[in-house]
Each structure stands twice: as C-alpha cells, then as structure tokens.
Write a protein that binds this ligand. Structure first.
Ligand SMILES: Nc1ncnc2c1ncn2[C@@H]1O[C@H](COP(=O)(O)OP(=O)(O)OP(=O)(O)O)[C@@H](O)[C@H]1O
Ligand SMILES: [Mg+2]
Length: 223
C-alpha cells in the first residue's frame, strides 16, 4: 500500500535532506518505489537548481516520471525564509497544491517522502506554517534530530508540537551532523527515553558510501 510521510527536523541545516535521501534508498533497498518531494525550496545555484530538490531526485527511484511541479511545487531563488521569498515573488504558497502533488506522487510511488522547509513551525504564508501543512496533509511525521548541543530541547519541543497537533510521530532519526559530538551516546539515550516514538536509526557522520550506505542502518520499510 502506498504511503506518504512528512519529514521535519529540529531546525534548518540539521540534515533533513540527507536522512530523507537515506530513507529513500532504504525503501528502494526493500524493493519499494520511492519518491522524495520538497514542498517549498528557497535558494538556487547558478543554473537555477535547488540542492535539496536535486538530492531528493537523485535518491528517488529512477523509473518514476514525476514532473517538476510535483517534485517541488514551490521554488524561490533567494535562500531566505520561505514566506518572505514567496511574498517577494508575489506567489501564494497553497497547501492544496502541495497536497495534490503528494497525491499524484502516490499514484506512481509506494513511498512518498515530503521534506518540509526549515523546522516544524516555519511560516509558509497565509495558509499557515509547516505544522499546519503537515496537519492539512494528515501525514505521519518523521523527525530528524541533528545531533549537536541544543538538540535535546529542540527535539522535545518539536515532538511535543507534532503530538499536540494530533499527528502521528512515526519515528525519529538521529543525524550525526558533527564529526564528533561529546557524550553522543548519553544524548542519544536521553532522547530515546524522552521522545515518545521509535528511533528509526542513527545516520553516521560522512559515512563512506554516502546516503545509500547510511540507509542500511535504518530500521524502517522492512523487506
Ligand atoms: N550525516 C551527515 N554526515 C555528513 N554531512 C551531513 C550529514 N547530514 C547532513 N550533512 C550535511 O550538512 C548540511 C546540511 O544538511 P541538509 O541539507 O540535509 O540539511 P537540511 O535540514 O535539509 O537543510 P534545509 O533546512 O536547508 O533543508 C549539508 O551540507 C549536508 O550534506
Ligand atoms: Mg533540506
């Protein structure tokens, strides 16, 4: 049965995209077709491409024929807060458009992972913020915790916000964004005790083999 998840994180740049790519590989390793979508992207390179959208495309099943409007419904050039980028471009971010993109992706893929922008409460304009979007879509949420000092508070606040919205927290991923976090094991154990959802896996820092190798350590989409 086709299934979609909303991927959020404890902040921007904590590695939502990197673990989402690992999750896409994990699904594919389990024999499923998988599509990674970026709801709202802000920031492009010299050729007009967004790094997240390209990474998610590269990690998705190559046989999928999803148009750009589904892979990334909203793209803005400046790397600034999405609702400000949208205002500057005179564009309204419509949740119904993002919902339609997820539904269309689900017609082709067994697993659809929708990466949000920034953290869970990032404003997205007049339709609401990222939490409102997750609620409108009604998708189970996966939370990426960027393992660094400060992550305990950010992770617990985010988990609380997800559950306060009566969304299902399908699980969380510990992403080692630092090469060497002091007391990593203790922090991980604390989060395991306090986050009321399963730990889906730990993504090592800069693992040789990249996201495909990191995927093998994830306890999800079992064969
Ligand atoms: N486990 C990891 N090992 C090494 N580098 C990582 C890891 N996770 C993330 N990174 C790097 O950290 C940076 C931020 O990660 P990423 O782009 O996935 O964050 P993000 O939360 O998706 O950011 P955004 O809010 O912009 O979408 C990237 O350069 C990424 O390659
Ligand atoms: Mg990202």
């Amino acid at each position: 049965m086709a299934k979609a998840f909303f991927i959020t994180g404890t902040d921007t740049e904590v590695g939502k995209t990197y673990p989402t790519c690992a999750l896409l590989h994990r699904a594919r390793q389990a024999g499923l077709t998988a599509a990674g979508l970026k709801a709202v992207a802000a920031g492009v390179d010299a050729s007009g491409k967004n790094e997240d959208v390209e990474a998610l495309r590269a990690a998705s099943s190559p046989e999928l024929t999803l148009p750009e409007s589904i892979r990334n419904p909203y793209l803005f050039s400046p790397a600034i807060a999405p609702h400000i980028a949208a205002r500057e471009a005179c564009v309204k971010i419509e949740f119904a458009v993002i919902e339609a993109a997820v539904q269309q992706a689900l017609q082709q893929a067994d697993v659809v992972l929708l990466e949000g922008a920034g953290g869970f409460r990032i404003p997205l304009g007049t339709d609401g913020d990222s939490a409102d979007l997750a609620q409108k879509l009604g998708l189970p949420v996966m939370l990426v915790v960027g393992m660094r000092l400060g992550c305990l508070n950010h992770a617990l606040l985010t988990a609380e916000a997800i559950l306060a919205r009566r969304l299902s927290l399908a699980g969380w991923i510990a992403n080692n964004i630092r090469p060497d976090m002091p007391f990593h094991a203790d922090n991980l154990a604390t989060l395991k005790t306090l986050i009321p959802a399963p730990l889906l896996g730990v993504i090592p820092h800069a693992l040789p083999g990249g996201v495909a190798a990191a995927a093998r350590g994830l306890d999800v989409f079992e064969e």
